[in-house]
Design a protein around this ligand. Structure first.
Ligand code: GTP
Ligand code: MG
Length: 299
C-alpha cells in the first residue's frame, strides 16, 4: 500500500511492435483472454493503437498493439507507421515481434534504429513457433543476437499460447512498482463504437481480396442501446465506384455476408442482440485525405 491506501503492484506500459502480419494482435488478444484487436491473414490489418489492459493479482500490464512497421508510401500507411513508432516514447518496455518467416534480420535492421532511439529494454519474440521445428528456431535467435542487445529472446506461439507465460515473467521483471494505471475491470480503452467499426473492417479483410480491404474505412454513424438490443448504423467508405460494386456484391450478397458475420461476432462480444445497418459510400481517395485520416485517428 502507498500513502493513498492504493495497493502497489507491478504496473506499466508495453509497446508491441514489429513487421505486419507477424501476430501482434493475436498475442494481445491471447494475453487478454478476449478479442479486442482484429486479426486477419492479410498484412496491415491493424491501423490504430489498440490498448489492452492485462490484470493479475499483483500486476497490471498495459499493452499497446500497433500497426505493422513497413516501408510506407501512401499517407494512410505513413500515418500507421508513425503511430507505431510514436508508441515507443511512452512505454517502459518494448516487445519487438517477428515470426519465423524472418529467419535473418536483414529486413528488420532499419527498425532497430527505432529501438535504439527509444532506449528502453526490448524483448524479441519469434512468433509462429508452432510452424517450425525446434532446430530451426535456434539459428534464428543466433542471427538476431548480433543486431540488437535484446533483453530476452523468446520463441512463442501466440495462436497456441505457447511461451506466453515466459513472456509474462520477463515483462514482470522489467516493470516498475506502482499503483494500477486503469480500473481492474476494463480490458481496453477502445469504445464499443470503435470496436464495432473494427469488427466490420475485419470481416472485409477476411471476405474480400486484392486492394479491396485497403480501400475500405469504416465509420459507425450511430450506436443506440436499448433494453434488448443495440442498433448500429455504419458506413463503409471506399475510394472508387468499382470498389463499391465489389463490396456490395451481386444483389447485395457481399454486403450481406459482411453484415451477418460482423453482427454475429458483435452479438457474442456485447452479449446482446445486434441490429446492424451498413451503407457503402464513395469518398474519393480518402486514404490520401488528411482531414478524413484525422477523423479516423490516423494522422
Ligand atoms: N501458425 C500461427 N499463426 C499465427 C500465430 N499468431 C498469429 N498467427 C496468424 O497470423 C496472421 C496475422 O495475425 P495478426 O495478429 O493479425 O498479425 P499482426 O502482426 O497484428 O498484423 P498487422 O496488424 O497487419 O500488423 C493471422 O492469420 C493469425 O491467425 C501463431 O502463433 N501461429
Ligand atoms: Mg494487428
Amino acid at each position: 500500500m502507498d500513502y493513498h491506501g492504493e495497493k502497489q503492484v507491478k504496473s506499466g506500459f508495453v509497446a508491441l511492435i514489429g513487421p505486419p502480419n507477424v501476430g501482434k494482435s493475436t498475442l494481445l488478444n491471447a494475453l487478454l483472454g478476449q478479442k479486442i484487436s482484429i486479426v486477419s491473414p492479410k498484412p496491415q490489418t491493424t491501423r490504430n493503437k489498440i490498448l489492452g489492459i492485462v490484470n493479475g493479482d499483483d500486476y497490471q500490464i498495459v499493452i499497446i498493439d500497433t500497426p505493422g512497421i513497413h516501408t510506407a508510401r501512401s499517407p494512410l500507411n505513413q500515418g500507421m507507421v508513425k503511430m507505431a513508432v510514436s508508441s515507443l516514447a511512452d512505454v517502459d518496455v518494448i516487445i519487438f515481434m517477428i515470426d519465423i518467416s524472418f529467419p535473418l534480420p536483414g529486413k528488420i535492421i532499419a527498425a532497430t534504429d527505432h529501438l535504439q532511439n527509444a532506449g528502453k529494454p526490448v524483448i524479441l519474440l519469434v512468433n509462429k513457433a508452432d510452424l517450425a521445428e525446434r532446430e530451426k528456431l535456434l539459428p534464428i535467435l543466433d542471427a538476431y543476437r548480433n543486431v540488437f542487445p535484446f533483453h530476452a529472446m523468446i520463441p512463442i506461439s501466440a495462436l497456441q499460447q505457447d511461451g506466453t507465460d515466459i513472456l509474462l515473467k520477463e515483462l514482470l521483471q522489467l516493470l516498475p512498482i506502482g499503483p494500477r494505471l486503469y480500473p481492474e475491470d476494463i480490458p481496453t480503452d477502445s469504445t464499443e463504437r470503435f470496436i464495432a467499426a473494427e469488427i466490420i473492417r475485419e470481416k472485409i479483410f477476411l471476405l474480400t481480396t486484392q486492394e479491396i480491404p485497403y480501400s475500405c474505412a469504416v465509420v459507425v454513424d450511430s450506436f443506440q442501446e436499448e433494453e434488448k438490443k443495440i442498433t448500429i448504423h455504419a458506413t463503409i467508405f471506399v475510394e472508387r465506384k468499382s470498389q463499391k460494386g465489389i463490396i456490395i456484391g451481386k444483389q447485395g450478397s457481399m454486403l450481406k455476408q459482411i453484415g451477418q458475420s460482423a453482427r454475429l461476432e458483435l452479438k457474442e462480444l456485447l452479449g446482446i442482440n445486434i441490429v446492424l445497418k451498413l451503407w457503402v459510400k464513395i469518398r474519393k481517395d480518402w486514404s490520401t485525405d488528411e482531414f478524413f485520416l484525422r477523423e479516423l485517428g490516423l494522422s
